[in-house]
Every structure is written in C-alpha cells, then in structure tokens.
Write a protein that binds this ligand. Structure first.
Ligand code: F6P
Length: 192
C-alpha cells in the first residue's frame, strides 16, 4: 500500500486575524505545530525516504523546517490567489465587494476572485502534481486549505461542488493509504 501525508501549515498571523491569503509568518501556536509535526515524523512514524513538498509561502516552509527531510518548493501548491481580496477579512470583503461576496456564495467552486483564482483554477494547476502523487509513496505535502481541499477531493473522488467545503482543519496530519484504486483517510490531530 502507498501512503501520502497532507497537512496545512501551522496557524499563521493572518489565520489569527481571519485575513485571506497573504504571506504571513506562523503565529506562536503555529510554531508549536511545526515542532509537533517534526516530532510526529521523527518519533511517532518513521517514514523511509520521506519526501516533503511545500508552497512558496513562508508559512508552509516554516512548518516544514524541522522535518527529518529537506523540502522541495512547488509553486503549484500556493494558496488560492484571492486577487483584489488578498489581505481582507470576509467581513471586509462583504462590505467592499458585496456583489463578489454573493457570487462566491452562489458558486464557490467556479467563482474566480477579480485578478485571482477559483477552485477550478487550482485543480487545473495541481494536475501534474496529482498525477505525480498517484505514483508516489511516503510523501508529505504541506500546503493550504483550498489547495488541500482540491487534493483530497481528487483522491477521495468527491464531487466538484463538495470540494470548497471539505473539512481540512489546522494542526492535523491527514494520512491517505491506498486500498486498490481507492484511498482510506485518517486524520491525526496534533495537540498544540
Ligand atoms: O483563510 C485561510 C485560507 O487559506 C485563505 O488564504 C483562503 O483564501 C481560504 O482559506 C480558502 O478557504 P475558503 O475557500 O473557504 O474561503
């Protein structure tokens, strides 16, 4: 059986403020998660030949820094580009761009932020990474909420409309193990 691991970055300063996108540093709690994650991969599970993929954002690299394997930066793993809404809270978006906010609510899968991306756009740029992962074993992907929703949706055969609502909590290692053509999912919450 093949095993793939996924994790969001630890809590960032922007997560604490409820701000969208950006390139913030980890919060103190997020840094604790980075430590817990490296302990998990050194003490709890010893993954032979572990490979680690991160995005270009500081928060994923800071999360992966202590792992027992060097990370590889994949721009395809960057979080959903929220265009003109980068750095806003959802409340600020609703105030500044009420029409956009309503449109997003109506079709979250296809909605594309002005000068930004949609979930469908992410799925498209992830294609080569997903094809590669399908033939990989013992990989840890440290990425972002929307990106991981698309990746898990792919491996778990979710309908497109469900993707933007999949539950991908912070501070949790998501383990996928292949079973024939399918994958079994396990969520391991690391307490920080
Ligand atoms: O809030 C964190 C975050 O990763 C944002 O950067 C991103 O825009 C958002 O989550 C994606 O979640 P949703 O599609 O539910 O807004």
């Amino acid at each position: 059986a093949k095993t793939l691991y996924f994790s969001r970055h630890g809590e960032s300063e922007y997560n604490m403020l409820g701000r969208i996108g950006g390139d913030a540093d980890l919060s103190p709690r997020g840094r604790l998660y980075a430590q817990a994650l490296s302990r998990y991969f050194t003490d709890k599970v010893r993954v032979p030949g572990l490979r680690v993929f991160v995005s270009e954002k500081k928060r994923t690299q800071q999360t992966a820094a202590g792992l027992p394997a060097a990370y590889q930066v994949l721009p395809a793993l960057n979080e959903l580009d929220a265009g003109v809404c980068e750095g806003l809270t959802y409340e600020e978006m609703q105030e500044k761009y009420p029409q956009e906010f309503a449109w997003r609510d109506r079709d979250k899968l296809r909605y594309r932020y002005p000068w930004g991306e949609s979930y469908v756009d992410i799925c498209r740029r992830l294609e080569h990474v997903l094809l590669d992962l399908e033939h990989s074993n013992n990989v840890l992907v440290v990425a972002h909420q929307a990106v991981l929703r698309c990746m898990l949706g792919y491996f778990l055969n979710k309908d497109g409309a469900e993707l933007p609502y999949l539950n991908v909590p912070l501070h949790t290692v998501i383990k996928l193990t292949s079973e024939g053509f399918n994958y079994r999912m396990e969520m391991v919450r690391l307490n920080v």
